[in-house]
Ligand binder design. Structure first.
Ligand SMILES: [Mg+2]
Length: 410
């Protein structure tokens, strides 16, 4: 933002130049939409206007990149030739004009396009997106890292590694595949992991537990109260999100542990039942829930229930950049997930691989400081993205089974 008259005049002249080049007053016309399926499991979106303005977004839907690519291809007919600066109008058209709407595939397609339009508009105007959302409400954003993979062991050593990178909070899965009602041995293993985490972190660090919906409601009611003594920051997706209001109410009522969910909810309407059930933390995914436009609204809806947001983001740099823009503009923000060092990236590609300047995601004492670059605040290494997209990933979610061979939630 301008902090002097000179800077203000400079930015104003840059804006005037953009619009002169555009030749349409405030209009810039969408001329080209491209998608890039890149390692480890991401789908990036690039939008270019007829005057050469460029915006980037991320539509990664883990395990379903091809489906989202198809949905974006379908939206191309709607978007080409339209004014790129009318973000909300285009969001409404994508989500409502096609008659069929909602769900993860459409939600992720709209998200990637929405990010790119906000990025493009911010760059045309020379301001970060959070300035367009009302300006920053905080100076820095607390982040957490993942430990331990899908079925964690050696929790203490893994936490030490994350603390050494400058983080103060971590998240882990606490179980592998679970039976409908976990045995005492399974329960003990989960409690041991929680206990090990608390011991390493002491009283001031935080850990959260993600169950990926692996726990049945009945087992959750037995297990969650036993976790209370370890004071987890929150427990995430103890049961699958589609369980509905009554089940979520029972789970929330069974324990003092704050309950979180949201990565598999794709709109304000999807979020309503769990908010009404009394969850403590809502975790919209910026790459699944209709992008910056809808997540901003979901955050405000959560605020009316006294619920904080902790955006889900085990994904790539543009999803994280978009999440940070909402975090800096949202009063009811708790903590941000990020994927540096996550098990999905290992041996494939890292969060910072497609960035020209990686310093934007530097942690200091557990926080990322406010990005001041225009748009999403990151600069994409386009040559590297185009090179990587020549070898598209085929990432798929693992299939897990219970002891008897029946399917278990992963
Ligand atoms: Mg999760």
């Amino acid at each position: 933002m301008p902090n002097s008259l000179v800077e203000s005049v400079t930015i104003r002249s840059q804006i005037d130049e953009q619009f002169r080049r555009a030749g349409y007053g405030w209009t810039v016309i969408i001329d080209r939409i491209e998608t890039f399926q890149v390692a480890p499991r991401w789908l990036l979106v690039r939008i270019e206007t007829d005057d050469g303005a460029i915006g980037w977004g991320e539509a990664s839907l883990e395990g379903h990149a091809e489906s989202v690519q198809g949905a974006i291809d379908g939206y191309t007919d709607l978007l080409l030739g339209q004014d790129a600066t009318r973000i909300e109008h285009l969001w409404q058209q994508m989500t409502r004009a096609g008659f069929y709407r909602g769900g993860p595939v459409f939600g992720s397609a709209v998200s990637g396009i929405d990010h790119a339009l906000w990025d493009l508009k911010g760059k045309v105007l020379g301001v970060p997106v959070h300035e367009l959302l009302g300006g920053p409400v905080r100076d820095k954003v607390r982040v957490y890292g993942w430990i331990g993979g899908d079925d964690p062991s050696d929790v203490a050593a893994a936490i030490e590694t994350q603390l050494a990178t400058g983080l103060t909070a971590v998240k882990m899965n606490a179980s592998g595949a679970t039976e409908h009602l976990g045995s005492l041995a399974e329960t003990t293993a989960i409690l041991d992991r929680a206990g090990a985490a608390r011991e390493v972190l002491g009283a001031s660090g935080d850990f959260a537990i993600d169950f990926h919906g692996r726990i049945s409601p009945g087992y959750a009611r037995r297990l969650l109260p036993l976790l209370e003594e370890f004071h987890p920051l929150f427990v995430e997706e103890p049961v699958v999100p589609e369980m509905g209001l009554e089940v979520w109410e029972q789970v929330v009522a069974s324990t003092a542990v704050p309950i979180a969910t949201g990565e598999r909810l794709y709109s304000r309407w999807d979020a309503m039942p769990v908010l009404r059930a009394g969850i403590s933390v809502l975790q919209p995914d910026l790459a699944h829930a209709g992008g910056i436009s809808e997540t901003r609204r979901i955050a405000t809806l959560a605020e009316t229930y006294g619920v904080a947001i902790a955006p889900h983001c085990p994904l790539g740099p543009l999803a994280l950049a978009a999440a940070l823009q909402v975090d800096f503009a949202s009063p009811n923000f708790l903590i941000q997930e990020q994927s540096l060092g996550i098990h999905y990236n290992a041996g494939s590609a890292e969060l910072t691989d497609y960035l020209l300047d990686v310093s934007v995601f530097t942690f200091a004492d557990g926080y990322i400081h406010r990005p001041t670059g225009p748009g999403l605040g990151v600069q994409i290494d386009e040559a590297e993205v185009r090179r990587a997209a020549q070898s598209p990933h085929r990432w798929r979610t693992p299939t897990w089974n219970r002891v008897d061979g029946s399917l278990a939630e992963w």
